[in-house]
Design a protein around this ligand. Structure first.
Ligand code: AMP
Length: 399
């Protein structure tokens, strides 16, 4: 479906064209007409499906059509992380370039200057605010934020926000808003807490389910069962398999990100790191360096696995097995975006084998196990897991 088939102004279509989008993605096809119609939405859609533009485009059009408010905030998009806030604003600036829409990202961790800039925008008026919950509460508590004309609320990555403990903050922010508004809720998963949130804020929502989270078909997935001390030599081995230009390595903790970064730097590899101990500026700089290919390998905690657009990543390495299946899908979803092919390798230590079986269950199939090179010494034995046994077995208790 072409974007010209929707009821968008020419200025919006020009923005879409400048972003290089030609055809609407499936989530866009389903969601855009409903939002243009003024419906509340609850949508489960994976990142990489084009869900950001799916809500931004009709939001822009609705603001252009229905609001005449120069003195307040028209729409608020609440997101879990500052990286996602910045990125949504970047997309927003691109697609609204030819319109009069104004927007600002409001997130913690910036400088004193950024607080003053945010305060000015929130008190004098801005069409769309993209914010993290904590920072928004700080502004709301000061009493100058003009929400009396707000007509649109978007909660993006809602499950992540609840995981991060933002439920109360979200409810508090909403308590400042007028009751009459359009609400859009996007979430990768739909656990009961999301249903509860949806029941309290959405009115007769249209429910959209863009398949269950699955990695793109064109992705090559493999896994190595190895001992912890084999993981660093394995990174070296994997990097030699092909001429990978951009590599993202995920670790489950800040500590392992720091250790691995130091180890690879010692091996003279082109590496950067990103985790929550870094200052905002350092995080932004490392993302720029990675996007512009100044550094080849970026090592990150899960902070980066959701929602962040870095195109052209050709290899994702899970240095350890993520805690949740959804995190695995989000991590490897950083590759094989758009038309490109991607590869994702997971390093599974002996004690992580059970955790990985749970992920395979979520995927619906086992991931191919690749041999650890002989030069790295013997690897752990592959453990079978109950879910893949057709027959039930009785295990005797060990004494
Ligand atoms: P998202 O699911 O919002 O994280 O978007 C994933 C990527 O797809 C981003 O890099 C978008 O710029 C891109 N994208 C969104 N919509 C389209 C479209 N209709 N055609 C091509 N690329 C798109």
């Amino acid at each position: 479906m072409k974007f010209s088939d929707f009821d968008f102004d020419n200025d919006v279509l020009d923005g879409i064209e400048s972003m290089g989008y030609e055809n609407a993605t499936p989530v866009q096809e389903q969601v855009i007409p409903l939002i243009l119609d003024g419906r509340d939405i609850i949508a489960s859609a994976q990142t990489g499906t084009g869900k950001t533009a799916a809500f931004l485009l009709p939001l822009i059009q609705n603001i252009l059509d229905h609001t005449n408010n120069d003195h307040g905030v028209n729409a608020m998009i609440i997101v879990p992380t500052r990286e996602l806030a910045i990125q949504i604003v970047q997309t927003l600036e691109g697609i609204s370039y030819y319109t009069s829409i104004s927007c600002i990202a409001v997130y913690g961790g910036g400088s004193g200057d950024s607080f003053a800039t945010e305060k000015k925008a929130l008190s004098s008026g801005v069409d769309i605010v993209v914010c993290t919950p904590g920072r928004m509460i700080s502004h709301l508590n000061m009493g100058y934020v003009k929400l009396q004309n707000l007509k649109y609320l978007v909660l993006d990555e809602a499950d992540r926000m609840l995981d991060m403990g933002f439920y109360e903050d979200i409810v508090k922010i909403i308590s400042f808003m007028p009751k009459q508004r359009q609400n859009l809720l996007f979430s990768a998963t739909m656990p009961p807490a999301i249903r509860k949130l949806a029941n309290t804020i959405l009115v007769d929502p249209a429910e959209i389910n863009i398949a269950i989270s699955r990695p793109p078909d064109k992705m090559e997935q493999g896994a190595f069962i190895c001992f912890d001390e084999q993981k660093i030599p394995l990174v070296k081995h994997v990097l030699q398999l092909k001429d990978f230009a951009s590599v993202l390595i995920f670790c489950s903790s800040k500590l392992s990100v720091k250790r691995l970064t130091a180890d690879l730097k010692r091996m003279k590899m082109s590496v950067g790191e990103i985790h929550s101990d870094l200052e905002q500026e350092a995080r932004e700089q490392v993302l720029i360096d990675f996007r512009t290919k100044k550094i080849k390998i970026l090592i990150a905690t899960d902070i980066l696995s959701r929602g962040i657009h870095i195109d052209d990543i050709d290899l994702v390495i899970n240095y350890d097995v993520p805690h949740e299946g959804e995190d695995y899908i989000h991590r490897i979803g950083r590759t094989a975006r758009a038309a490109s092919k991607g590869t994702a390798y997971t390093f599974i230590s002996d004690k992580e084998q059970y955790k990985f079986h749970r992920i395979e269950k979520l995927l619906g199939h086992p991931v191919t196990k690749l041999p650890v090179p002989e030069a790295l010494g013997p690897a752990p034995e592959v453990r079978e897991d109950k879910p893949f046994h057709k027959k039930k077995r009785n295990f005797k208790k060990k004494r």
